[in-house]
Design a protein around this ligand. Structure first.
Ligand code: SAM
Length: 278
């Protein structure tokens, strides 16, 4: 029965077994990322694509983990220090250690979280994402960041958009091409949130490591959704009209690091920042 209640917070039924739309013959971003993170929810095509990128990007696994650690620090900061109680996490990914709801609800047990992802494999893990917090505090939406109205409409079931909310877009906007208007998507999402809301964003960079162009080429040769790495100025534009919290837009591992945070030996290849809507 508890499962039935959890399922009522889904916008789509969790498929029984492996749903037919999971194509294991082509690499998918969520599964390649899971492979780099050391997870088990990936297939031969994902590992082959992931290894081809790893071959030209030594230290990538550590960089990916540093990106995940940024998520943890940003959520903890917002929940514990800024009093944020609502999180809209788009491009959730396959559950890993320290998912947004675990970090937020540890700091603030009453926090409400809505997850959104468009990959059917993430949907199969929705029950794991929904587990834990107080009933009704977590929702999973099978949705696409490009469909802003649908996401906001469904998320309004759990989040009160008259109250400050953290919009989280971590490692997802590089999967939106320039022609799809990624900056406009972020502006539209933030436009629906009240003053005092936050944007948490990380984005793989084109201008930190010289090898990134080759890594992008290899990724796009194999993975179903092509990536567009962006430079600092392009990533910075996502924060237009918002007030960046110190230290601003930085390499993700240098955003308010704690003593236990790893510093990848070769540095990171992504920018990250947290900003408040005035
Ligand atoms: C690299 S993972 C990042 C996961 C997590 N946010 C993190 O930082 O650890 C990117 C995720 O974005 C999802 N994604 C890609 N395109 C998307 C879209 N158009 N709408 C929603 N999610 C998308 C993928 O399925 C994948 O789970």
């Amino acid at each position: 029965m508890a499962e039935d209640r959890a399922d009522s917070w889904l916008t789509a039924p969790i498929p029984a077994g492996q749903p037919s739309e999971i194509d294991t013959s082509v690499a998918h971003p969520a599964r390649v990322y899971d492979y780099w993170l050391g997870g088990k929810d990936n297939f031969a095509a994902d590992r082959e694509a992931g290894d081809r990128v790893l071959a030209v990007t030594p230290g990538l696994r550590e960089r990916v983990r540093a990106g995940r650690a940024f998520l943890v620090r940003a959520v903890r900061y917002l929940a514990a220090e800024e009093g944020i109680r609502q999180f809209l996490d788009i491009g959730t990914g396959i559950p890993a250690a320290n998912n947004t709801h675990e970090v937020a609800q540890q700091a603030a047990p009453g926090a409400r979280i809505v997850y959104v992802d468009n990959d059917p494999i993430v949907l199969t893990h929705a029950r794991a994402l929904l587990a834990g917090g107080p009933e009704g505090s977590i929702q999973y939406i099978d949705g696409d960041v490009r469909d802003v109205a649908a996401i906001l409409g469904a998320a309004a079931r759990t989040l009160d958009f008259t109250r400050p909310t953290a919009l989280m877009l971590l490692g997802v906007l590089h999967l939106i091409q320039d022609s799809e208007g990624p900056h406009e998507i972020v502006a539209r999402l933030m436009g629906e949130l009240p003053s005092g809301s936050y944007l948490v964003l990380s984005h793989p960079a084109s201008d930190i490591h010289p090898g990134q162009a080759e890594a992008q080429r290899r990724y796009n040769e194999r993975v179903s959704t092509p990536q567009t790495l962006r430079n600092r100025a392009e990533v910075s534009r996502f924060f237009d009209g918002l007030d960046l919290v110190p230290p601003g837009l930085v390499y993700v591992h240098t955003w308010r690091p704690g003593p236990d945070d790893i510093v990848p030996p070769g540095g990171v290849s992504a920018y990250g920042g947290v900003a408040r809507k005035p």
